[in-house]
Design a protein. Structure first.
Length: 275
């Protein structure tokens, strides 16, 4: 029995390292980058035109923009396939990789890979829902989720814990950007200029992504404490809340530009990621 389980695990690991899956996973990075470009552009629109026609600045809104393009259905299913492949690859990392590291680092790496797998699985589901005509705006789905959770026993504490986890993840992104730790995930190009461009996109992008995640987590916590879970409207709500602050227009514009940089970084990562 142990031998059969080991053989099955080896087969799964070999499949996760197959050339086809690696290529599809790289496409997943590119798709995620495109979504961040769209989210960043909508965030800038939100900042510049308060009452403008800008759609929701979240993944669902970005996917909806793709759906409105010519051949939109094909783009949605292609994005779904790419993100599924990337989720599977990250799952493989969480299960099989990092065995050579010391215990603490191994656990951190595996948890990080597992978290990324969940994120890309959610994006894949967003693509599938939009392609099948069952999509819902990210803000509405997040609001429905929080209302359901808070109605359960201990739901308020769980929502606060979720918000804290998202906010902490945002701070981690900021630290990774400031320290440039993300470079360990890349095979940087040999050209000095290209290295500088990739590094610059990563630094700005990680910091902006971190700020956006921190805002989402903070919104979860504040709305739960105020007993208004319907106000937990995800990334779109967090960015709109930022716009309402003093100098919010300038901060939101900066975050939007940073998200665009992060999108460009992910597209570059599709080529240079260590896989």
């Amino acid at each position: 029995m142990k031998k059969e389980l080991k053989d099955a695990a080896n087969a799964v690991e070999d499949a996760s390292n197959s050339k086809a899956l690696v290529i599809a996973a790289r496409a997943g990075f590119a798709v995620s980058g495109l979504l961040h470009l769209l989210i960043g552009s909508v965030a800038i629109q939100l900042a510049l035109v308060k009452a403008g026609p800008a759609g929701p600045a979240d993944q669902a809104g970005a996917v909806a923009q793709l759906a409105s393009q010519p051949q939109g259905l094909l783009l949605l299913w292609a994005g779904f396939a790419a993100c599924v492949a990337l989720a599977l690859w990250q799952t493989s990392n969480a299960v099989f990789d990092y065995g050579q590291l010391e215990a603490r680092k191994k656990v951190a790496k595996k948890l990080s890979a597992a978290g990324k797998a969940v994120v890309f699985a959610v994006i894949a589901l967003t693509f599938a829902a939009s392609a099948s005509g069952n999509s819902q705006t990210g803000g509405q789905s997040t609001s429905d989720f929080t209302v359901s959770i808070i109605a359960a026993p201990g739901g308020a504490f769980l929502l606060i814990a979720i918000g804290a986890a998202i906010a902490i993840a945002g701070l981690v992104f900021v630290v990774l950007g400031v320290k440039g730790s993300f470079k360990k995930e890349l095979r940087l190009p040999p050209s000095g200029t290209a290295r500088s461009v990739v590094t610059g996109l990563g630094v700005v992008g990680y910091i902006a992504e971190g700020v956006a995640l921190f805002l989402v987590g903070l919104l979860f916590i504040i709305s739960t404490v105020n007993a208004n879970p319907q106000e937990s409207t995800g990334l779109d709500g967090g960015l709109k809340a930022l716009r309402e602050q003093p100098y919010g227009v300038y901060m939101l514009t900066a975050v939007g530009a940073g998200l665009i940089c992060y999108g460009l970084y992910l597209m570059v990562k599709a080529k240079f990621a260590r896989m």
